[in-house]
Write a protein that binds this ligand. Structure first.
Ligand SMILES: Nc1nc2c(ncn2[C@@H]2O[C@H](COP(=O)(O)OP(=O)(O)OP(=O)(O)O)[C@@H](O)[C@H]2O)c(=O)[nH]1
Ligand SMILES: [Zn+2]
Length: 217
């Protein structure tokens, strides 16, 4: 459908300034917030709603801001996050457990959420900041995703950037597309694992790490 006038509740470029100023443009990249607003208005119309009624009039702009936030990982580079390195004299296994995350399944754009556990065996005492592991999770969670790819991507980025001897990533999540619609199985959880380096080949060592991940501290 071609219209010469933009829908009335589409906010124009000058109105966008206020919220674009509050977000680092380098971290959000070229997310087209005006296009999102147009699309959301059309969806509201398509379901038979009145997009001009009081409760909905700001909704396209809210959804645009939300997508700008929850998909900002598309424009963030794991290389930048993992550039922070420290050298320690000796380092054995590093394991950060229960890193909470929220992502969106790419099939339905509904949330899946849960925790990620990240372990790596540093090479020659080369470690990164602990918070950087959590930032890495966010970079890959804040994209349209499938859980398996998110798990593999985190492991691969750590392997590539850190040069670790081995990496194990485990993700446990609940998918709202399986809970609130479709098959309707709330409470079911999906567990995915990715391994790199020595943990790919040495099964006993991988199992040790997985046991640590599953054990409550
Ligand atoms: N492997 C995998 N599947 C996912 C993930 N997120 C959602 N899905 C699944 O993607 C599938 C999409 O299946 P389709 O048959 O194309 O879509 P659908 O008709 O909406 O499927 P139902 O959810 O079964 O109603 C569903 O089985 C979802 O459960 C994920 O992270 N990993
Ligand atoms: Zn889904």
């Amino acid at each position: 459908m071609q219209t010469s006038e933009p829908p009335r509740n589409i906010i124009n470029a000058s109105d966008l300034d206020a919220w674009e100023e509050s977000v680092d443009p380098q971290s959000t990249g070229p997310i087209d917030t005006v296009k999102i607003q147009t699309a959301v208005r059309m969806i509201l119309e398509a379901i038979g709603e009145n997009p001009d009624r009081e409760g909905l009039v700001e909704t396209p702009a809210r959804v645009a801001r939300m997508y700008q936030e929850i998909f900002q990982g598309l424009y963030q580079n794991p290389h930048d996050v993992l550039a922070t390195r420290f050298h320690v004299k000796q380092a054995d296994l590093v394991l950060v457990k229960d890193i909470p995350f929220y992502s969106a399944c790419e099939h339905h754009l509904l949330p899946f959420f849960g925790v990620a556990h990240i372990a790596y065996l540093p090479e020659a005492g080369e470690v990164t900041g602990l918070s950087k592991l959590a930032r890495l999770v966010d970079i890959f969670a804040k994209r349209p995703q499938v859980q398996e790819r998110m798990t593999e991507d985190i492991a691969q980025a750590l392997n590539d950037e850190l040069g670790a001897q081995g990496v194990v990533v485990m993700v446990e999540a609940e998918h709202l597309c399986m809970a609130m619609r479709g098959v309707k199985k709330p409470g079911s959880r999906t567990l995915t694992i990715a391994a790199r380096g020595l943990y790919e080949t040495e099964e006993a060592k991988r199992r040790e790490v997985i046991d640590l991940m599953r054990r409550s501290l």
